[in-house]
Design a binder for this molecule. Structure first.
Ligand code: C2E
Ligand code: MG
Ligand code: MG
Ligand code: MG
Length: 288
């Protein structure tokens, strides 16, 4: 498959001597059509800085507005996208859309009210491609500064895939793009990232955050990861914050950033823009 400019993604049919399994071929066609017909949507979830409750960043989360099945969450269709070999195309679409959307937020709201950054998830299969070229092209074409993009690295990335990707990630880092380890603690491999790659942040998996009030072991893991991250000079973000008690416990541990339903649901861009505009108006003009 080949990538086209703008937000469009072109998909080439695979040359095949023998006919593919009908179900797999049909699924692949359906997904390719979804990409082409604009059925994919990006939702954005706020990432809040706990020192001042500002929406410092937003995470781009994919949805599929399916004509028959309605709005599908990624758990419903990403496995099929992966199976069809279309994850790199999907991630490229997300990347361009997300860079375009943050550029638009800055233009419409101004730097003070817009988030500083946008977080984009890259899949393990995308990390096996020339994704550095894709990222730099997306930044160039959308005019977004590199330091406004944060790439979230999946916890399931294989170490071999990572070592091949390391030079590409380091190239992006040199350009100013930020890297964050996603779902820290959920997988077995990503502690290894810490010794092999310079990353600027980690997100503590929501499973530990969800358990930390009632399970002292989960609380201990959150504390350990927070101290580890800060010891390595990383930004630490807690995921899956669902209530004020969790937020208080995280603040107590010195966690700097948080994300979760308690702080804001994933929402379409216009609704996010409204929230940001409301908050900017409420905080009034900045005083020196
Ligand atoms: P993730 O990157 O760890 O994203 C966080 C997930 O937790 C999101 O699920 C989000 O809606 C959900 N979440 C946020 N706050 C809360 C909370 O307070 N409680 C609970 N229970 N959940 C919360 P979502 O949107 O369904 O995405 C699931 C996963 O799909 C993501 O996990 C990410 O791994 C993947 N994904 C989503 N969008 C993309 C994409 O554009 N590209 C790639 N490669 N993967 C994506
Ligand atoms: Mg993520
Ligand atoms: Mg996560
Ligand atoms: Mg996750």
């Amino acid at each position: 498959a080949k990538q086209a400019g703008g937000n469009r993604v072109e998909l080439e049919a695979e040359p095949c001597a023998t006919p593919a399994r009908p179900s797999a071929a049909a699924g692949r066609d359906r997904l390719a059509t979804a990409l082409e017909q604009g059925e994919l949507r990006l939702y954005y979830q706020p990432i809040v800085r706990l020192s001042d409750h500002r929406v410092q960043s937003i995470e781009a989360l994919i949805r599929w507005q399916h004509p028959e099945h309605g709005l599908l969450s990624p758990g419903r269709f990403l496995p099929a996208v992966h199976e069809a070999g279309l994850m790199p195309q999907l991630d490229e679409w997300v990347l361009r859309r997300a860079c375009t959307d943050l550029t638009g937020l800055i233009a419409s709201l101004g730097h003070a009210a817009a988030p500083d950054q946008v977080n984009v998830n890259l899949s393990t299969s995308t990390l096996a491609t020339a994704f550095d070229d894709t990222v730099l092209a997306a930044l160039h074409e959308t005019g977004l500064a590199a330091h406004r993009l944060r790439i979230e690295l999946p916890e399931d990335a294989e170490l071999e895939a990572l070592s091949a990707a390391r030079a590409r990630l380091e190239r992006l880092t040199r350009h100013g793009v930020l890297l964050t380890l996603d779902d820290m603690g959920a997988g077995s491999t990503n502690l290894r990232y810490l010794s092999s790659l310079t990353v600027q942040g980690m997100k503590i998996d929501q499973g530990f955050v969800g358990g930390m009030l009632h399970n002292s072991r989960d609380h201990a893991v959150v504390k350990l990861l927070t101290d580890l991250g800060h010891g390595l000079g990383m930004r630490v973000t807690a995921e899956g914050v669902e209530n004020g008690e969790q937020l208080a416990a995280l603040t107590e541990l010195g966690v700097g950033f948080a994300q979760g339903y308690h702080l804001g649901m994933p929402q379409p861009l216009p609704e996010l823009r409204q929230r940001l505009a409301r908050e900017a108006a409420a905080s009034g003009p900045a005083v020196a």
